[in-house]
Design a protein around this ligand. Sequence first.
Ligand code: ZN
Length: 270
Amino acid sequence: MLALLAFVMLFPIQRNRILDCYDETFCIETEETATQVNIYVLSIVKWDFTMVLDMELENMRPSVRLPLTDSFPGGSRTLIMTLRVKEPGDRWAFSFNLKWILGNYKARHRPGHVYQLPYSSGDEYLVGQGFLGGATHEGKYAIDWDMPVGTPIRAARGGIVMELAEGFTEGRPDQALSTKANYVKIRHNDGTIGNYVHLDENGVQVQMGDAVRTGDIIAISGDTGFSSGPHLHFEVYSATRELGRRTIPVKFRTERRGVVRLEEGWYYQR
Ligand SMILES: [Zn+2]
């Protein structure tokens, strides 16, 4: 034991750590020794993300099958793989490329969760387009409520503010504006995400990382992005393994009709 200790002290293992960080969301940490490289994923936010990572390897064998797809919880540090040098003494090299999306592909929506209409008590708005609506909701379980610009938007379900945009100013039915809507996304405690879209310029009333409760004011409605008139678009979704979004049909509590799936062309009072 003592001899081993002396050996270690005389010939300390050379370790070389490198950190590559992405969008202030996560980092890839590589820890190199003479014969292997350990690869870690470090989440530096409070919410989860899903990543597909592939590698180009020279004289190295990965401990997992590539490409690797996984979701990582907020604040986690995970050893995702080890690369072992096949022929020590020969040149070895590695490089990686990755794609990622916020959200967890393993998230399962809490069964039967009832959402609150995302506006103030007593307010009543028309569902201009419902789930799978032909105008712009093909394949999407999303709801549009027609409402005047400036309407306070409240969280339909509590969670953590995960992503937002509020710098866009224009809105009209033009594909060129499809990525130019203001929005706020809230991560629910089951890993699903509530997305509130077309908000007014500077209309987000919360900060990244804030914890919000159901009914808290989170934004002011608007008409930004690809939009045919002032409205709020809302959807609940989770990430998919393919780095897409799977929207979820959810139910709302309404003042006069109880807990329902909202229908296009109807007014619903909160
Ligand atoms: Zn919509």
